[in-house]
Design a protein around this ligand. Structure first.
Ligand SMILES: Nc1ncnc2c1ncn2[C@@H]1O[C@H](COP(=O)(O)OP(=O)(O)OP(=O)(O)O)[C@@H](O)[C@H]1O
Ligand SMILES: [Mg+2]
Length: 295
């Protein structure tokens, strides 16, 4: 990850898109301290939390949570539904009384729509949608202010995807939690986000308010991504930009534009490092040929 900078406001969703291996999960995990940042700064409510440790880290962990990409591997197979949801409540030490703890567990199960009869079930007895709901309940247990949703619906089928997305949006309305929503599904990201960051090989290539990104796409990589969205409009087929090759190794990348090797517009100027420039209000693009190719 290099030179990636953004802000997520209370009650808003920042969508993060980019192909497999570009570093979306790494970024989410680094922000909430599941892995350590080697450089840069992370702020929560204006407080620099980049190097917090020990008790201090536990305190901020309550405010920052994650819903993992894979609902099959992110739940402890030996924990029943109620145990999984109760765990963060118990750990916080805020709920000493058993009855209160149980009431809170009930509230969370109801919040995410898991039936009371599944209370004693193990993860393997649940379908993918319900497992993800348990993961969401666990993440929301302590009313976090910021949640990384790392492709929370990519392992689910389409009808359940919609349910889980709507659930996340409803909960956000109630709690004003800020989400960083990682996905490579652009239709999902358009539906759920206020702002979108497009990443390529560990860098930001475009950052814009959601509709601006779709209406006035500026970066060649974003154009290719958007052209790949399946459309049901057979009268006006969109021209698909086919990218060749694959994302290159993230180990010691060349200093120039990391997308250049696959970019249909690559030129000599692209060998220089690319800086994010503000093309329109709040719309940032890292492409030195932006003006030429968007004439
Ligand atoms: N534990 C690890 N050790 C070494 N390299 C890793 C590790 N985890 C991830 N990587 C590498 O870091 C890069 C970014 O991985 P990351 O999981 O953040 O991608 P991603 O954008 O989340 O991809 P996906 O869309 O498939 O989830 C990849 O090249 C990956 O191989
Ligand atoms: Mg990932």
């Amino acid at each position: 990850m290099d030179d990636v900078s953004f802000t997520v406001e209370k009650g808003e969703t920042l969508g993060v898109v980019g192909e497999s291996g570009c570093g979306k999960s790494t970024m989410g995990r680094t922000i909430i301290h599941l892995q350590e940042a080697t450089d840069g700064q992370i702020f929560l409510n204006g407080e620099d939390i980049t190097h917090v440790k020990g008790g201090e880290l536990r305190r901020i962990r309550e405010k920052m949570q994650i819903v993992f990409q894979d609902p099959y591997s992110s739940l402890n197979p030996r924990f029943r539904v109620e145990e999984t949801i109760r765990e963060p409540l118990k750990r916080s030490g805020r709920f000493k009384d058993r009855t209160v703890l149980n009431e809170e567990t009930n509230r969370l199960m109801e919040l995410v729509g898991i039936d009371e009869r599944l209370r004693q079930s193990y993860p393997h007895e649940l379908d993918g949608g319900r497992r993800q709901r348990v993961g969401i309940a666990r993440a929301l247990a302590l009313n976090p202010e910021f949640v990384v949703c790392d492709e929370p619906v990519s392992a689910l089928d389409v009808s359940i995807q919609a349910q889980v997305l709507n659930l996340l949006m409803e909960l956000q309305e109630k709690t004003q939690t800020a989400y960083m929503f990682v996905t490579h599904d652009l239709s999902v990201v358009r539906y759920i986000s206020n702002h979108i960051c497009v990443m390529y090989l560990g860098q930001l290539v475009e950052k814009a308010p959601t509709e601006a990104l779709f209406q006035e796409t500026l970066h060649p990589y974003t154009k290719a991504l958007i052209s790949a969205i399946p459309s049901i409009d057979i009268d006006h087929p969109m021209k698909r930009v086919m990218l060749k090759g694959e994302i290159t190794s993230p180990i010691t990348p060349a200093p120039g534009c990391r997308f250049a090797a696959r970019c249909p517009y690559a030129a000599d100027a692209c060998r220089e490092p690319q800086k994010l420039r503000e093309a329109a209000k709040n719309h940032f693009v890292a492409c030195c040929r932006m003006e030429e190719i968007n004439e």
